[in-house]
Each structure stands twice: as structure tokens, then as C-alpha cells.
Design a protein around this ligand. Structure first.
Ligand SMILES: Cc1cc2nc3c(=O)[nH]c(=O)nc-3n(C[C@H](O)[C@H](O)[C@H](O)COP(=O)(O)OP(=O)(O)OC[C@H]3O[C@@H](n4cnc5c(N)ncnc54)[C@H](O)[C@@H]3O)c2cc1C
Length: 131
């Protein structure tokens, strides 16, 4: 990622969860085999989302858990069930995108950090990118 050999985008914001990021609704539920997750939901404003190969996104994995305890998953953008809709810009360039997840399968090996730690991982990422 740092070398720019792979393009990644950040899947945090949703249509009704921007400043209020803890209001995300995108969900991850266990798959039938019990070795991964199935993602559903929508992200928006993902910078580089129109051409990224990977996305790191936050998803609610346990509806009973506090909204600020999602998980952070690493998603290959060519996974079945991922739909990318580029957002046109006034200058004609296309970089931002909406990303739709419809039963996207993600293995346990692509969950970053401890269970329920997605919020602190995301906030550390935001702090590092703002520095
Ligand atoms: C250049 C750019 C790149 C971006 N890249 C990404 C990305 O890569 N990945 C990603 O996930 N998102 C990205 N975003 C989205 C960005 O994180 C959201 O736009 C941001 O979180 C604001 O959310 P919103 O647009 O829904 O605005 P809203 O949350 O609806 O806010 C609208 C206005 O209301 C104000 N407001 C909101 N809540 C309150 C409150 N409680 N009290 C007072 N005022 C309030 C805000 O300050 C703002 O002026 C990007 C945005 C921009 C502009």
C-alpha cells in the first residue's frame, strides 16, 4: 500500500453516516462455513474507490454491541457482490465512488485487529493520515 503497488480505498462513510460515523449500518454476518463474513451495505465518497483494487472498511458485526465496536475488514474490490458506482466530478476526473456490498464473502484472515476493534483501528488510521 505504501509503495503504491496496490491502490486501496477507505470504506467508512455511508449515506446516513458521515460526521456521525458511529451510525454506520453496513453489516457483516458469519458465513455458513463459520470461517468468514458476508457483507451487505453501502459506502460512499470513497477516494480512489473508482479504480482501487482493495478497500478497508468498517462493518457492524454484532448488532447488540455498541455502535463504536465494528470490525475493520480488508476487501478485494473484484470480489463477487461488490458493485462500484463512480461519482462524477465537476473537473471531469473520476476518483470518488459509491461502493455496494451484496453478500460479499470475506475470510477471517482479512479481519484487521481484535474482534470489535474496528473503531480504534479506524481512528488510529485517521490520526496517522492527518499527521
Ligand atoms: C475530499 C473528500 C474525500 C473523502 N474521502 C473519503 C474516503 O476516502 N472514505 C470515506 O469513507 N469517506 C470519505 N469522505 C467523506 C467524508 O468523510 C464525509 O464527507 C464527512 O465525514 C462528512 O459527512 P457528510 O458528507 O455525510 O456530512 P454531514 O455529516 O451530513 O455534515 C453536513 C454538515 O453538517 C455539520 N454537522 C454534522 N453533524 C453536526 C453536529 N452534530 N453538530 C453540528 N454540525 C454538524 C457538518 O460539519 C457539515 O457542515 C471524503 C470527503 C471529502 C470531502
Amino acid at each position: 500500500m505504501a509503495a503504491g503497488e496496490e491502490i486501496w480505498c477507505q470504506g467508512w462513510s455511508e449515506p446516513d453516516a458521515g460526521s456521525d460515523l458511529a451510525g454506520i449500518r453496513s453489516r457483516a454476518v458469519r458465513n455458513d462455513a463459520g470461517d468468514g463474513w458476508l457483507l451487505t451495505g453501502q459506502k460512499t465518497w470513497a477516494s480512489r474507490g473508482a479504480f482501487a483494487e482493495w478497500c478497508f472498511g468498517i462493518f457492524r458485526t454484532d448488532p447488540k454491541r455498541n455502535a463504536t465496536a465494528p470490525d475493520l475488514l480488508l476487501i478485494a474490490m473484484d470480489s463477487p457482490g461488490v458493485t462500484v458506482r463512480p461519482i462524477p466530478q465537476i473537473d471531469g476526473e473520476t476518483g470518488f465512488a459509491e461502493i455496494f456490498f451484496d453478500g460479499v464473502e470475506v475470510p477471517d484472515s482479512q479481519v484487521l485487529g481484535e474482534e470489535g476493534s474496528g473503531w480504534s483501528v479506524a481512528m488510529s488510521t485517521a490520526a496517522a493520515s492527518a499527521a
